[in-house]
Design a protein around this ligand. Structure first.
Ligand code: NAD
Length: 321
């Protein structure tokens, strides 16, 4: 199947990620069946999707007509048969547990044609394991978004042992049609690429606070006003290319490499998050939120709006919106 043959999509699971994916598909003009096991969850998803569209209208990304058109493209259902029978692409965003992914796949394979692509939003489970009981494992792939998927362009595509090259290629082409930035893992890896990077950084966040080097708030300042600002413009390799001046990335590796080895020896290498961390992090975040200027967001709702407005400005600069 070619990407242009994808005409209709099913979003299986309509929580944080499923509702955002649905927003993405409908804002690009694709009809979507949104499925969940609970009617109340579907009602919540509808309200979240409508809010996402309202926000995109307020930010002048969509016109009033486009919002109405997008709303008309969603069908909410608790029937798996209705959700997947007439679609060519399934974006599964159910709970992050192998046994639930297995049950969902088992159920949906009763009603789909073998060509329909099953793409899991899993944050880092292995596709080989997710698809191990599938009748058609060749159509099963990973398509990991970054929250919120209707704004963040990255999609990490991953293959299981039995995934077909065609399924991955079609998904990659399809996400490009949506204006996303898909990358494909050449090998399976738990946590994929971006989450491994994120967790590597976060281990050192925990280490620095637990050692008493700095506060939770200082960490956020260090990332947001330092490397984070630069990472919003380009990736770490290009950043080092510039850091090396005329000698580029090779120059910087030679220049600071030996000193970095000293730091690496001093950095965290543990693999179990300290039990007390969640409470320490929570306390730090509450204090940090209270210290922010009100216009920058002091609660989750306002912080989300603050984040999404900034993302929109940045995405425009990247010519992604
Ligand atoms: P969530 O808990 O918000 O949503 C999960 C949804 O699945 C709920 O609406 C729930 O009712 C529904 N559900 C439960 N059992 C189901 C079943 N048998 N069939 C269909 N739906 C069922 O979770 P989320 O944060 O949206 O995560 C969904 C997936 O996306 C996970 O695999 C997660 O790892 C991945 N993901 C999450 C994030 C994130 O930041 N939250 C980012 C990227 C990927």
């Amino acid at each position: 199947m070619k990407a242009t043959e994808i005409k209709k999509i099913a979003c299986i699971g309509s929580g944080v990620i499923g509702a955002s994916w649905a927003t993405n598909f409908i804002m690009k003009g694709y009809p979507v069946n949104v499925y969940d096991i609970k009617q109340e969850q579907l009602e919540l998803a509808k309200s979240n999707i409508d809010n996402n569209l309202k926000f995109l209208f307020e930010e002048k990304i969509l016109t009033a007509e486009e919002v109405e058109k997008a709303k008309s493209l969603v069908n909410y259902t608790t029937s798996m048969k209705e959700a997947v029978s007439d679609v060519q692409f399934i974006q599964e965003s159910g709970p992050e547990r192998y046994e639930i992914k297995h049950a969902i796949l088992d159920e949906l394979e009763k009603y789909t044609s073998p060509e329909t692509i099953y793409a899991s939003s899993t944050s880092g489970l292995l596709i080989t394991e997710i698809a191990k009981n599938a009748k058609h494992p060749e159509r099963c792939i990973g398509a990991h978004p970054y929250n919120p998927p209707h704004l963040i362009p990255l999609v990490e595509l991953s293959k299981g042992e039995k995934s077909s090259e065609e399924a991955v290629k079609t998904a990659s082409d399809f996400f490009k049609l949506l204006g996303k930035e898909p990358i494909t893992l050449q090998k399976e890896a738990l946590g994929f690429i971006s989450n491994r990077l994120q967790v590597a950084l976060y281990r050192e966040v925990i280490e620095l606070v637990m050692r008493g080097v700095c506060t939770v708030e200082d960490i956020d300042k260090a990332v947001c006003f330092g490397p984070g600002l630069r990472y919003g413009t380009m990736g770490p390799n290009l950043i080092f290319q510039l850091g090396g001046g005329p000698h580029g990335i090779k120059g910087i590796m030679k220049h600071i490499g030996p000193s970095v080895e000293l730091w690496l020896n001093d950095m965290a290498s543990w693999t179990k998050v300290p039990e007390e961390w969640a409470d320490i992090a929570h306390e730090g975040v509450v204090e940090e939120m209270a210290n922010r200027e009100p216009e920058f967001g002091q609660n989750n709702e306002d912080l989300t709006k603050f984040r999404d407005r900034m993302l929109i400005d940045l995405l425009k600069l990247h010519k992604k919106l």
